[in-house]
Write a protein that binds this ligand. Structure first.
Ligand code: AMP
Length: 306
């Protein structure tokens, strides 16, 4: 995206420095955070603006990388102090993960402020940050066409009432299956989605990792598998890349319909599958839209029934 282009999609979320351990590798000081993954993924489809905060220690090469993705950075605050830090370790199955460290740093006092140029953007993605901050962003926007919110276990435990209120103000809630069960108190995902739809959104999009995703609405459901991969290097941020690719694709089309949502789920899955092939944003940084289209067409063929 050209920095002067009008922002069609605003993404709010965390910008982080991550340390990641897998059974095979240990990597330090990686660029991470929900907003980083979501913006990078969305940038393949639409003009995206980031709202977040970093500290003065944030490496200039990571800022350059954001720019190379064409992400508009007017909404990214640089504050005295250290950037948010997070460390996680994956189990042998590369699915279960332990959090080793969460250091809020500049995040502790963060108040997201939308630059005037972002306020009329038609699409908004509230990535994983505290529901309080998500609500503060909702108070600043001018009736976007479509709002998507993501969350995590931490907020379901710590701030469930604020989270419920936020969910009531958006069009689509996305979360992973264990979070859907936790938030709804229901094990069956069909029952869970019904409870979550009762909070107010038109759609609930449940992410199931390597088993794909399911979209629920009052009208029914739609199933999307995950693109099969032989080797996964680092699953961190897969959900954020999926969501970023999903909303980015919707924003590119402009109109939200059942068909557009299904197509966006396909592109979200494709982008997420590339993302996990390397640590941090490394694979996405080397990716072209032709690579994305090629895999999307391969994937369509894998899913076709007649
Ligand atoms: P995911 O794998 O989709 O859960 O996203 C992982 C990213 O979320 C990592 O890059 C972390 O920096 C970031 N993260 C971890 N914990 C939090 C938190 N409490 N709030 C915001 N972002 C977080």
């Amino acid at each position: 995206m050209n920095q002067m282009e009008t922002v069609k999609l605003v993404v709010v979320g965390s910008t982080a420095i991550d340390n990641i351990e897998t059974p095979w590798a240990k990597r330090k000081n990686l660029l991470g955070g929900s907003a980083s993954y979501a913006c990078a993924a969305a940038s393949f489809f639409t003009s995206v603006g980031m709202v977040g905060v970093v500290g003065e220690d944030f490496p200039p090469e990571y800022m350059d990388l954001y720019r190379r993705f064409g992400i508009n950075l007017e909404g990214l605050q640089v504050k005295p102090g250290r950037t948010f830090r997070w460390a996680g370790a994956y189990e042998e199955n590369m699915d279960e993960r332990r959090t080793l460290l969460t250091e809020l740093n500049v995040f502790a006092t963060f108040r997201p402020e939308l630059p005037p140029s972002y306020r009329a953007a038609p699409f908004l993605f509230l990535g994983n940050i505290s529901p309080d901050l998500q609500a503060h962003v909702l108070d600043q926007v001018r009736r976007p066409r479509f709002i998507v919110v993501d969350t995590m276990d931490l907020w379901i435990t710590m701030a469930v009432e604020t989270l419920r209120a936020v969910i009531g103000r958006v069009d689509l809630l996305t979360l992973n299956e264990s979070e859907a069960r936790h938030l709804s108190g229901k094990h069956s995902l069909i029952k869970a989605s019904r409870r979550l739809l009762d909070l107010g959104p038109k759609y609930v999009l449940i992410k199931k990792g390597e088993h794909g995703s399911v979209l629920f609405s009052r009208e029914g459901m739609f199933l999307m598998p995950a693109f099969p991969l032989e080797d996964v290097q680092d699953p961190t941020g897969a959900g954020d890349a999926f969501a970023g690719g999903f909303v980015g694709s919707l924003a590119a089309g402009g109109r939200v319909s059942e068909g557009a949502i299904r197509k966006a789920m396909l592109y979200g899955s494709v982008i997420a599958s590339f993302g996990v092939e390397a640590f941090s944003l490394d694979r996405l940084a080397a990716l072209t839209i032709q690579d994305v289209e090629e895999r999307a067409s391969l994937f369509r063929n894998m899913c076709r029934v007649r």
